[in-house]
Design a protein around this ligand. Structure first.
Ligand SMILES: *Cc1c(COP(=O)(O)O)cnc(C)c1O
Length: 433
């Protein structure tokens, strides 16, 4: 599989090694597969009899089979994706795909764990230690930190916006030690993301220090995020009509992976791009103009992104054709008040607790259903465990979600983070010191 930058002019593709280790292309563009492989009809005829690891292996063989020996691929899949992905049916036409059963209780575990193992496989005979940079608005940091903890010859540096992640999130990536370092940036998530991009684009720095990124810009994270769409489909009864996936979105990596899965043959009817008040993408689909803005703070903090990094990839997937995008993607922005109301109503009606991110996706599905009278069944992607956002959930529903033990364990450990201004010079100095 070759990968190309989305920036013009079209260049010859680079290898998996280059795409994953560089994170972004030298021209600053994101990498996308030169061609997206197809999964044949036979795969979809068998898919309901396959286990989750079997589905993951078949999809990853189609994408990575030329580059990674099968034994290594099996090892990566089996150790990265060793937790369940249950589809919870709330009614005959509505299900929740729970993506939060990994070690850090959010869907980012899929991308992070797969990428860490794939990267470790790719760098096993590099001469020098690799530094992996990651900007986080909360959940990426914990997923990446846990995924890379103890990985030999890889150092991870996490940049996060000071005071803008929950304490539980912060503790998950500032208490681990070993090869995991946290930088507390005085700024917003967009500043952290800009600093990472700047470091990766700095030729001189890269000469001194092999650098890579673990953000959702890394194509290695998109690949495993396709797997659960196939699994969600496989767990539904075979009705002939593809489901509608409602995707709570911030940087749009999750949605981009779903769109790629569809290109590989997944029968999905529609994708709902559900955002909080950061409505740049819904606004784009309405007007045809993309206007990035500073991010606004909401209850679904992991989606507070004003300039989503995967937007350019989505656009590339459609060759910039907005009309074609509108056929596949229906988008809606959901405010905090609606989000809280949905959390309360879903708890009252189904006895089911949604975290605020999932509640944004759920609300989008309800609006879509009301407006479009879709006959297709809905699958809402549950991106985080409600206990990760216990205060918000309790305020909305009156019920405090039980905290899984793996979350409470990190809360008692001391935080270790280096405060840093949102300036590239400061980051550069830290990395070289
Ligand atoms: C990161 C995150 C999202 C947004 O996912 P993107 O791929 O960035 O669109 C949604 N919910 C939760 C809980 C997250 O951590």
């Amino acid at each position: 599989m070759r990968f190309r930058s989305i920036n013009p002019p079209r260049q010859a593709g680079v290898s998996l090694f280059d795409a994953v280790l560089r994170g972004a292309a030298p021209d600053g563009g994101l990498y996308v597969p030169v061609t997206i492989p197809q999964l044949g009809r036979a795969f979809f005829e068998r898919i309901r009899s396959l286990s989750f690891p079997e589905i993951c292996l078949e999809v990853s063989r189609a994408v990575l089979g030329e580059d990674v020996p099968d034994a290594a691929l099996q090892e990566i899949v089996n150790s990265a994706l060793d937790f369940p992905v249950p589809l919870v049916r709330l009614s005959s036409s509505l299900s929740i795909l729970e993506l939060f059963h990994g070690p850090t209780l959010a869907f980012k575990d899929f991308g992070a764990r797969f990428m860490a193992r794939l990267m470790a496989h790719l760098v096993c005979d590099l001469p020098r230690e690799l530094t992996v940079l990651v900007a986080t608005s909360g959940d990426t940091g914990s997923a990446v930190a846990h995924a890379y903890l103890g990985t030999p010859r890889i150092r991870v540096v996490i940049l996060y916006p000071s005071g803008r992640v929950s304490e539980a999130q912060e503790k998950q990536f500032t208490t681990l030690g070993q090869n995991i370092f946290a930088l507390e940036i005085s700024g917003a998530f967009d500043d952290c993301q800009r600093l990472v991009k700047q470091a990766l684009a700095d030729a001189e720095l890269n000469k001194k220090l092999p650098l890579s990124s673990a953000n959702s810009i890394n194509v290695a994270r998109l690949i495993p995020q396709m797997f659960y769409y196939f699994s969600g489909y496989a767990q539904l009864p075979d009705t002939g009509a593809g489901p509608v996936f409602a995707v709570p979105s911030g940087n749009f990596g999750n949605l981009t992976a779903g769109l790629m899965a569809r290109r590989m043959g997944l029968p999905a009817a529609h994708f709902l791009a559900a955002t909080n008040a950061n409505d740049e993408v819904p606004e784009f689909l309405r007007s045809g103009c993309f206007v990035p803005r500073a991010s606004r703070t909401t209850l679904s903090t992991a989606m507070d992104v004003g300039n989503p990094s995967n937007f350019a990839r989505m656009l590339d997937l459609y060759g910039g054709d907005v009309a074609a995008m509108r056929k596949d993607i229906w988008a809606r922005s959901v405010n905090d008040e609606q989000t809280q109301r949905t959390m309360r109503e879903v708890h009252e009606r189904f006895g089911y607790l949604l975290d605020p991110h999932t509640a944004v996706g759920f609300t989008a599905w309800e609006i879509f259903q009301k407006e479009q009278k879709s006959p297709n069944s809905g699958v809402v992607l549950a991106t985080a465990h409600p206990a990760k956002f216990a205060e918000v959930v309790e305020r909305a529903t009156g019920t405090r979600p039980a905290m899984p033990e793996r979350l409470s364990a990190s809360l008692v450990k001391p935080k270790r983070a280096t405060p840093l201004p949102a300036q590239f010079a400061a980051l550069r100095e830290f990395l070289l010191s």
